[in-house]
Design a protein around this ligand. Structure first.
Ligand code: SAM
Length: 624
């Protein structure tokens, strides 16, 4: 029988608190009986019922009535028992902490790829993933016991007195044991922030669940994080997660977990409940505040919309696997040139033959003049079957690959080696040309699809099989549908190499569809996109060898200059709701020169290129 995912989730949550599975399971069994298998109750409020029941196992019945009581008086702060339970749990964590070798700053850990632990999988294509059994391409199954050697996330982020690294202070009057476990008193206290590992989603509010400690910084800097029009409901929902520390005139006023009102000097935010005792969050992460921008904050805390309002629709993120949050990046919905890239978008550079000057209305439906731009879209907003099939077969069938070869390949030149290696070739790709403002048609024209942006319901989620974060659709998508564009910084190839040389994480996609067709490609014309620092949801798309459900197609919109184009992802087949979206990065897992840091592919495709196969199997694959 398949393991019950709720049980696994509960055990994982308890493991984070240092409570072993053996203790959890029997109590869970009791609770399930008591609650008629209603997991909502058990999972509510970060398993508070379960924690209580574990620490007072004979009291399940009492807990139930307590729970009801709590429901009635929604804002009454957590009762003593619960607080005690949490303190004890924190203490347990603290005790285990002694074994941990602390050798790097907590923030680094948070942002660095930690594929082994699930989702802290820095988006960069250059991080290393969990090493799977290369002989077994199957995505790694969730394995309860398989994680026993790993450190629970909570432990990793807590520091203790006297430890190295950036010192942090967390005052916690409500929970002395917790406080003492975390207090470090350096000569100069740097500002710190507590991140809730699993932020709360607030309904009808764009801000949710962040927890702030502002120290020695004007509070106004953090204003965007706590909108003044924040709803009472949102405040309530966050009360268990938000604490504000503020320098109030000459006095350093610390509003702590135990304060009756956590109120800023300006009176802007009241984080405490009516009872005056905000609950302690059991999944706090201490990070130096100095390294988190206000924008970064929004990205972390807003589970409801990772795009921070920049897209047509909200795109939530969820983590049902562990307590990690997505790595820091700035969300942008349009690519931006980093520095040297020659990207020219001017109306004057469009000659009449580059646009459908004489079209009227919608180019896809008006038949008076055949539109010179349209080649790919159908009136129902998807790619024509012929166009899509041709692109898929070009991409997947190596025999149909048509290559351009550069005289001096930008990729080879950027290596700065003594001898210039010959170009390895760039696949010729047919591009879509969309109508633009220079065309005669209307804005509603069906040949303006990619430029209108994302319109499907998508979600960023933590994959359960070691790939880190991924992107999935929340609705059924037809074949040939536009999903999203690869957005990032537009870099020249020399700029990309500079980043790579510095050891920076990079997540590049080459815009090389026309390299080699142009005899004299200048340095500032050989371009790529890097979504690491600035990017959109496409930075969460994971790789799948060959039979991915998305394909990337070049799209020209506002730049007749062919060196820069948009790279848009379309569905290769019907995709059901909740399916992960993937594309074939085109990585050669044997290429040691590859700019992208290698990862061990767990795509699960039977065509996976990262598996050592017998010659016979390879032949079969090539024939497929
Ligand atoms: C563009 S990012 C994709 C998002 C990423 N999973 C994250 O958590 O931010 C690319 C990185 O994801 C991981 N990844 C993507 N596809 C993978 C696969 N098929 N198998 C293992 N890791 C994968 C690799 O670490 C890769 O460097």
């Amino acid at each position: 029988m398949a393991p019950n995912p709720h049980i696994k989730k509960a055990c994982n949550a308890m493991k984070i608190l240092g409570i072993q599975q053996a203790k959890v399971r029997p109590v869970l069994r009791k609770l399930r009986k008591t609650y008629d298998d209603n997991w909502d109750f058990i999972e509510d409020d970060n398993y508070s019922v379960l924690i209580e029941a574990i620490l007072a196992p004979d009291d399940v019945q009492a807990i139930e009535s307590k729970k009801e009581e709590k429901k009635e008086t929604e804002d009454v702060a957590m009762n003593r028992e619960k607080k005690k339970a949490r303190e004890q749990a924190q203490l347990a964590v603290k005790d285990q902490e002694d074994d941990i070798e602390e050798d790097e700053a907590p923030l680094k850990r948070r942002f660095r790829g930690k594929r082994e632990r699930g989702c802290d999988n820095n988006t960069s294509l250059s991080s290393t993933s969990k090493t799977p059994n290369k002989e077994d391409p199957k995505p790694q199954e969730e394995d309860e016991d398989g994680e026993t050697t790993e450190l629970p996330p909570l432990k990793r982020y807590f520091r203790r007195t006297g430890e190295r690294g950036s010192a942090t202070t967390v005052h916690n009057k409500a929970s002395p044991s917790f406080s003492s476990a975390m207090s470090v008193e350096p000569k100069e206290r740097p500002p710190v922030i507590l991140l809730p590992a699993a932020p709360v989603v607030a309904e009808n509010d764009s801000y949710a669940g962040a927890l702030i400690i502002v120290d020695d910084e004007p509070f106004t800097d953090h204003k965007p994080m706590i909108p003044e029009n924040c709803s009472a409901r949102a405040l309530e929902m966050r009360k268990s997660n938000m604490y504000v520390k503020k320098r109030d005139g000459e006095t350093d006023v610390t509003h702590t977990l135990n304060d009756s009102t956590s109120k800023t000097a300006s009176g802007m935010v009241k984080a405490g409940g009516e009872s005056g005792a905000p609950a302690i969050s059991n999944e706090l992460v201490v990070v130096p505040e100095s390294e988190i921008s206000a924008h970064g904050w929004r990205a972390f805390s807003n589970t409801k919309d990772i795009t921070v309002g920049t897209e047509n629709i909200e795109i939530p993120w969820v983590n049902e696997v562990n307590g990690e949050v997505p790595s820091r990046f700035r969300y942008i919905s349009q690519s931006v040139a980093f520095r040297d890239a020659a990207v020219k978008s001017s109306v004057s550079s469009f000659s009449d033959d580059l646009c459908c000057f004489s079209c009227i209305g919608d180019c896809l439906v008006s038949s008076a003049t055949p539109c010179s731009c349209t080649i790919a879209y159908r009136v129902d907003g998807v790619l024509t079957e012929d166009f899509l099939e041709a692109r898929i077969s070009e991409a997947r069938d190596q025999r149909k690959h048509d290559f351009h070869f550069c005289r001096e390949c930008p990729l080879e030149k950027a290596k700065n080696e003594e001898t210039l290696e010959p170009c390895k070739g760039h696949i010729k790709r047919k591009a879509i040309k969309e109508c633009w403002i220079t065309c005669g048609c209307d804005k509603i024209c069906g040949n303006r699809l990619v430029q209108k942006g994302i319109h499907n319901k998508l979600e960023v989620f933590c994959t359960p099989n070691g790939k880190g974060w991924g992107l999935r659709t929340l609705e059924r998508l037809p074949q040939g549908a536009f999903v999203c564009e690869y957005i990032g910084e537009i870099l020249t190839i020399p700029e990309l190499y500079q980043r790579s040389m510095k050891g920076e994480s990079i997540c590049p996609v080459m815009l090389d569809a026309l390299w080699g067709s142009d005899e004299s490609l200048e340095d500032n014309q050989s371009l790529c996109l890097d979504g690491t620092r600035y990017g959109n949801i496409s930075r969460f798309l994971n790789h799948r060898c060959l039979d991915a459900n998305l394909i990337e197609i070049p799209v020209h919109v506002e730049t007749p200059d062919q060196h820069y184009y948009h790279l848009a992802f379309f569905t290769t087949r019907v995709i059901e709701a909740m399916e992960e979206l993937t594309w074939d990065y085109g990585v050669d897992f044997n290429d040691e020169d590859c700019l992208m840091k290698p990862f061990d592919c767990v795509c699960g495709s039977r065509f996976c290129r990262n598996i050592k196969r017998s010659k016979k199997a390879k032949k079969v694959m090539n024939r497929a």
